[in-house]
Design a protein around this ligand. Structure first.
Ligand code: HEM
Length: 409
């Protein structure tokens, strides 16, 4: 059996050749360093995410290998994340998700659309004067920041602080092996975000405004899941803030990169015809921002001929499943007019993304507007990929903007 190094910088820079080899030769491979199986074929990944034999309760695995003297901080981190929607099973999950969906859904589309256009216009107005830009910090990051701030009813300044907390929390989720630095970061992120959210919840209760967090904080009216505790509400807020921000930033970055590297996609995006919303699903399928999702086997199972014992952890590699030739024709090609691909990049089953409808609007508008304003933009030297087992995105993407097409928005 071959060895694969999923913690190496070379893997983050381009994981796809390694994942293709794993799909072919070792589709359910035990990684001793991660202490988990790595599952790479579409059929297996999609089954694991949907079947009751697998549990989403997995937070303990994020802190695997943590130094013993940091036990108290690890416990605080684990206690907090164990209340997040992403990491709980039914029946608790069913109740919380129903409550969230009563406050967060397509009724918000008009707010999201207006906020997106405003955010894109502002960000594009700030760049383009010097002939070059750092597309993540100057565009992919501020656009979803502003949209989420508007939808949640939080000031842009405050949501800026979420960036740091989210990155700190993600550092520990995706560390692979929890070293001292990752534990300290995760602990700091969780404590500061939790304190902020507790205060915000209190404020929205005392003086409700017309936004999603106020709706969520209001006492339940019998619809949408009934009463839930304050601790659970805090967990819901935290899940939304963390799950929605970095993912959207990373998808805008990954999508812009993909378009700039592919002449056919560039031609399509900068041409007169609007992109369909399904184009965003193709961006997610082609190079999505969620690399893997972890699950725990609730009983002994057999995956691609390998016996996986009860209690084992499994990395379901979404970015690999989405390039599986057993499921997609020409999976290595970015085809923005591909009929809605049945990808797993927004998850599937009971934990599927509640924010996908929002991501589709924000990402389509952002990518189209950027490329139409700078139709000849190219990637310059100095791109840096984040090193994270769960999330895939660029920490920096310098771009030579080329000529500006004025009036294009
Ligand atoms: C490009 C953008 C996005 C991608 C690729 C994405 C991807 C995902 C994936 C793969 C899951 C499933 C997790 C699992 O199975 O364990 C998920 C769940 C979730 N997403 Fe997203 N997401 C995106 C944007 C958003 C946005 C904008 C929000 C909200 C503002 C959001 C909120 C959530 C929440 C709350 C869950 C948990 C649902 C549950 O556990 O029932 N996401 N997302």
């Amino acid at each position: 059996m071959a060895e694969y190094d999923l913690l190496d910088a070379a893997f983050y820079n381009d994981p796809y050749p390694t994942l293709a080899e794993m799909r072919r030769n070792d589709p359910c491979w035990f990684d001793h360093r991660l202490g988990a199986y790595v599952v790479t074929r579409y059929g297996d990944v999609s089954w694991i995410l949907q079947d009751d034999d697998f549990s989403a309760q997995r937070v303990g695995q994020f802190t695997r290998g943590a130094p013993e003297h940091l036990r108290a901080k690890v416990n605080v981190y684990v206690d907090s994340l164990e209340r997040w929607l992403l990491f709980i099973d039914p029946p608790h999950h069913t109740r919380l998700r129903a409550r969230l969906q009563s406050a967060f859904g397509p009724a918000l589309l008009p707010v999201i659309t207006v906020a997106t256009k405003e955010a894109v216009r502002n960000a594009l107005g700030q760049i383009g004067r010097g002939g070059s830009a750092e597309a993540i910090a100057q565009f992919a990051y501020p656009v979803p920041t502003h949209v989420l701030a508007k939808v949640f009813g939080i000031s842009d300044d405050n949501i800026e602080r979420f960036k740091r907390w989210t990155i700190e929390i993600f550092t520990l989720i995706g560390a692979g092996v929890a070293d001292e630095q990752a534990v300290e970061a995760g602990y700091r992120g969780v404590v500061e975000l939790r304190d902020y959210v507790v205060a915000l919840l209190d404020q929205k209760r005392r003086a409700p405004t017309n936004d999603m967090l106020s709706a969520l904080a209001a006492p339940a009216d019998g619809e949408g899941g009934g009463e839930i505790s304050d601790e659970d509400l805090v967990g819901l807020f935290m899940s939304m803030i963390v799950a929605g921000h970095e993912t959207t930033t990373n998808l805008i970055g990954n999508a812009l990169r993909a378009v700039m590297l592919d002449p056919t996609a560039r031609h399509r995006v900068t041409g007169p015809a609007e992109l369909p919303e399904a184009a965003v699903d193709e961006f997610v399928r082609y190079d999505g921002p969620v690399a893997s999702m972890l699950r725990r086997a609730k009983r002994d199972v057999v995956i691609a001929g390998t016996i996986v014992p009860e209690g084992s952890f499994l990395f379901s590699m979404l970015i690999s499943a989405n390039r599986d030739p057993r499921q997609f024709q020409a999976p290595e090609a970015l085809d923005l007019d591909r009929p809605l691909p049945a990808h797993v990049g927004f998850g599937v089953g009971m934990h599927r993304c509640v924010g996908a409808f929002m991501a589709r609007v924000v990402v389509r508008e952002a990518v189209q507007a950027f490329m139409r304003r700078f139709p000849e933009a190219t990637i310059a030297k100095g791109c840096v990929w984040q090193r994270n087992t769960s999330f895939r995105g660029l920490a920096a993407m310098p771009v030579d903007l080329g000529p500006q097409r004025i009036g294009a928005l």
